[in-house]
Write a protein that binds this ligand. Structure first.
Ligand SMILES: [Ca+2]
Ligand SMILES: [Ca+2]
Length: 218
């Protein structure tokens, strides 16, 4: 009887240990890197990048004949096919069917463009939707992309677009912005209207003010 109790006890301990070990492995494998860790790993520490920049309508112009794009990371349950789109027409051009860390390619948009990901691509609308770098184009107008600038190191001058692949209404939304992380080279971000309009209005105001004073003196 005693031996039987011992055996049952040993077996229970073994089962408990197995559950604990596998549980731990599962927890570790499910853990994702933060966007900050991804950027630090790729760009050699936080001294070499800044952001997120205060831009929610994220779109670009190219500075040379080709734009280079590199997948810094893809940490999400969805496949998230990724590409660029024409800002005027919204026409999409897929670059990566299954974006994977270190994938890279180049493209020549010849016009103003943004980046997109197709979320829940295995499902049908409304669960399947496209997330754009310009928040105004998103299904709910929400901000699902962040822009970072690489300011030092080997990739200085590059920009990084970091996507969240789920709408805030999705029960699995986590706002980690590490779902697809893209590096772009040979691009300039297009400033938003407010960032151009405010200084322009200020300059115009000063011009009118001094012009009025000049006329008064005359
Ligand atoms: Ca996410
Ligand atoms: Ca994620």
């Amino acid at each position: 009887m005693k031996t039987k109790t011992k055996k049952i006890f040993s077996l229970s301990v073994l089962v408990f240990l197995c559950i604990a070990v596998f549980g731990l492995v599962g927890a570790v494998s499910a853990q994702e890197d933060t966007i900050e860790t991804i950027l630090n790993n790729r760009y050699g520490g936080s001294v070499n990048w800044i952001g997120p920049l205060p831009l929610t309508e994220i779109s670009f112009t190219q500075t040379t004949s080709v734009v280079l794009v590199y997948v810094d990371d893809h940490q999400a349950g969805n496949t998230d096919p990724t590409g660029w789109y024409e800002t005027d027409s919204g026409i999409k051009h897929q670059l990566f069917a299954t974006p994977t860390k270190d994938d890279n390619t180049q493209f020549n948009p010849c016009e103003e463009f943004g980046m997109y990901i197709d979320s829940h691509d295995s499902q049908s609308p409304p669960n399947y939707y496209t997330i754009y770098s310009q928040n105004s184009k998103n299904p709910d107008g929400g901000i699902y992309a962040r822009l970072y600038q690489v300011t030092g190191g080997d990739h200085s001058g590059a920009y990084v677009v970091a996507f969240e692949d789920l709408l805030t209404t999705d029960p699995n939304y986590d706002g980690d912005f590490n779902d697809v992380v893209l590096e772009l080279k040979n691009v300039n971000p297009i400033p938003e209207f407010a960032t151009i309009a405010i200084p322009a209005v200020a300059v115009l105001g000063l011009f009118l003010f001094f012009n009025k004073r000049k006329h008064k003196k005359e």
